[in-house]
Design a protein around this ligand. Sequence first.
Ligand SMILES: *Cc1c(COP(=O)(O)O)cnc(C)c1O
Length: 432
Amino acid sequence: MNRTDRKLHALAAAADQHLLDPMAGFVDLAGIREAVEDLAKAFAPLGRVQHTVAAKACGLAPVLRYLADLGVDAEVASPGETAVAEAAGIRGPRLVLDSPAKTVAELAHALAEGTAVNADNFQELARLDDLVGDSPRSVLGLRINPQVGAGRIGDTSTATTTSKFGIPLRDNRTRVVEAFARRPWLTRLHVHVGSQGCPPELMADGVAAVHGLAEEINARAGRRQVTSLDLGGGLPVNFASEDPGPTYAEYVATLLAKVPALADGRYTFVTEFGRSLLAKNGFLVSTVEYTKVAGGRPIAVTHAGAQVAARTVLQPEHWPLRLTALDAAGRPKTGPDVAQDIAGPLCFAGDLLAKERPLPLLEPGDLVVAHDTGAYYFGAHYAYNTLPRPAVHGFTVSARGHVEFTPIRRAQSIAELVADAGGEYVGALPRA
Ligand SMILES: *Cc1c(COP(=O)(O)O)cnc(C)c1O
């Protein structure tokens, strides 16, 4: 059964089991398994590759655990992501720590655990000098900004001339080579050109830059000091249709066309994909609470707004989502398309999942599906209006169409919202 058919079965079953009141996220476990298989197969020509998932794309512990069971480790970038990954049983060398703002405590924890660290800048390297000791258990690397330029979306382009991430290579090449010459424990280079909107060719330019740098460092050292290259993530996803967009196989072909030496066995590799592993394997469903017409425009008010789709709501030109209208039983609605606004519940006028979107006219009790939201949506909440995080369910579908749901996260409770809002300190302020 393909992904689209699994989704249709899951939607009908979710409606039948009342899982959509008023909103929930869903994760297609078979889809994740297929994505991991595609990933592993595509990178096989590169030899030894440690695949990790970027935890920020979907930092839900059961999802990280499911991926870990499929052989995918985790890339983490904060104490919270680290703790969630460790709670999911992924720790030590199965974690890669990347972040531009690692504290001494985070670095010390990673070194004690044997977790790989990619230092972001020269000041962090100086901190590591004081912490590493003689023979660190962690693989230690340096994040390079290859300064190869921006993709289509400024916010997610990390290899611009002035990006905040990594050490800008064009400005610092000699200093980087010297930094490695002085630190025999530095054995990895890391590059992540961007996330969504960066074409595979641009990503390959970044990889070519760090490969060339590794060769230069090793020539200067007179030994193979740099032994691994962390290639980051960033493969874009096609949000316009059910088709996935560039495949991992196409990306690896692009990499090898630009740098054939990647397959010569002299380096091992790390990958850190997030969106391309997960986006197509998740979707969000909300009930339509009310409908109205304003200035001639039909509006459907749902429960899915910026709290679960911050980027789509705040930058609709960059992050449009495909939406489908379903009836209350979870079946696709028929009828002529009518341009309507699909609104969220937040109290600002721009809280729209889509503007003037042609869909069969929605009525109260109908459902709206936001597709391709398995990465960076229901796993990355925005706390506006004290709205709760929705429940997330994993699902599998048998060959005969039977759907099995497994809980991934329950909806946040009202008591938890009160606690998050400082509830324990009510009465602690001085009397006004
Ligand atoms: C966000 C990020 C990733 C994952 O990017 P995707 O576009 O989700 O694949 C990988 N590595 C680093 C360092 C990141 O910041």
